[in-house]
Structures are given as structure tokens and as C-alpha cells.
Design a protein around this ligand. Structure first.
Ligand SMILES: C[S@@+](CC[C@H](N)C(=O)[O-])C[C@H]1O[C@@H](n2cnc3c(N)ncnc32)[C@H](O)[C@@H]1O
Length: 193
């Protein structure tokens, strides 16, 4: 199901000019460089994937916004147009998954969490970077996105942790300033998505 109004296609040509990339923490938390396929879920223009490109065998950007993916294609990145809630990949396809500033935009976060763990390879690692809504500036941004009729739903670090634990993930949280990271590994017994 495509968004009613794709805000991201509209901003895609300018997106990278407004958001600087800081790949350092992601590289460390993902334990890159490393072997195997990497999925950048909700990867948009490929802003982050491009910065991590030299650290992985292959990195693929999945996003539902055609306009955002067009920018990623221009960078020569492999792209897949699809929804986080219905990932078009076989189970265990990815050694590493990153989700940067995208989880709060997803339509059905619980469903996406199941899908993410399904496509994560045994022993693989998922790192999610999100703005920390417990910080006032982020709370104000969240409020602004509501006014702009974006469907974003920000969750606290603990709520994200509980959500991934509920679908079989082992979760460690890292916080710095107005952002946080959830580092997720699959438990041995995985639920069927
Ligand atoms: C704020 S942008 C972040 C893009 C990129 N991760 C970055 O940090 O530059 C959020 C992205 O999530 C994508 N998105 C939102 N809902 C999605 C869904 N259900 N499935 C796939 N992508 C989605 C949007 O199209 C957008 O490109």
C-alpha cells in the first residue's frame, strides 16, 4: 500500500543537502567491515548506504518511495522498492541490517520488526538508529511531523527494545544526545513472521 501523499518523493532531490551522515557509530555497532549482504531498510536516497559501501560485500537499499530510490540509483546502489512490513526476501538473507531514522515512519512497526528478524541471518545483527523522543527537541519535531500530516510514530528507546524482544530479538540500547541505537540479534528460537 503506497502512502497517500509521499512526502519523501517531494523532498528527495534536496534530502542529502539537509542531513549530514555520521556513519561512525553505525560502522562500530554493525561490526563492519564484514562479509555478507547488508540491507539498508527505509534507506531512502542511499545517503547512509553510500557512506558504508566500502565496508561490506553488497549493500541493498529498500524503500517504499520511488523518488527517494531514484536518488539512490544515481549513486549506483542496488535498490528495491518495497515495504518494510512485507519484505521481498527469503529468510536469513542478510548478515547485517540497518534502519536509520526510518522506523518511526513505518506504517506497522510490529509487523516490520517481525520481518526484520525473519530476514536477518543466524548470528546476524540489526542496528536501528532513531531520534530519542524523550529529548525535548525531538518531541517538538515529532509534534511538527503530526502537523505536517506525516504518519510518523516515535517510540522511546525502551519501547523499541520491548517491541523487538516480543518478536524474539536480544536487544542492547546505546544513547547519545538526541539519538539512540537499538542493537538487535536474533534469539535461537525465532517466531514465524
Ligand atoms: C527520514 S527518511 C530516512 C532515509 C534514510 N534511512 C536516511 O537516513 O537517509 C525515512 C525513509 O523511510 C521510508 N519509509 C517509510 N515507511 C516505509 C515503509 N513502510 N517501508 C519502506 N520504507 C519506508 C521513507 O520513504 C523514507 O525514505
Amino acid at each position: 500500500m503506497s502512502p497517500i501523499f509521499d512526502h519523501f518523493s517531494w523532498v528527495a532531490p534536496f534530502y542529502d543537502r539537509f542531513f549530514a551522515v555520521d556513519p561512525g557509530p553505525l560502522r562500530d555497532l554493525l561490526k563492519l567491515p564484514g562479509a555478507g549482504w547488508v540491507l539498508d531498510l527505509g534507506g531512502g536516497t542511499g545517503r547512509v548506504a553510500q557512506a558504508l559501501r566500502g565496508d561490506s560485500d553488497e549493500i541493498v537499499v529498500l524503500d517504499e518511495s520511488v523518488g527517494m530510490l531514484r536518488q539512490a540509483r544515481r549513486k549506483g546502489l542496488p535498490v528495491v522498492c518495497g515495504e518494510a512490513e512485507h519484505l521481498p526476501f527469503v529468510g536469513g538473507a542478510f548478515a547485517r541490517i540497518l534502519v536509520v531514522d526510518a522506523f518511526h515512519h513505518l506504517r506497522d512497526q510490529q509487523r516490520a520488526a517481525c520481518e526484520l528478524l525473519r530476514v536477518l541471518a543466524p548470528g546476524g545483527r540489526l542496528v536501528m538508529e532513531e531520534p530519542n523522543v524523550e529529548r525535548i527537541p525531538v518531541w517538538l519535531i515529532a509534534f511538527g511531523e503530526k502537523l505536517a500530516l506525516m504518519r510518523s510514530h516515535f517510540r522511546s528507546p525502551r519501547a523499541v527494545q520491548r517491541m523487538f524482544e516480543a518478536v524474539g530479538g536480544r536487544v542492547r540500547l546505546e544513547r547519545e544526545g538526541a539519538r539512540f541505537w537499538a542493537v538487535v540479534e536474533a534469539e535461537d528460537e525465532r517466531p514465524l513472521a
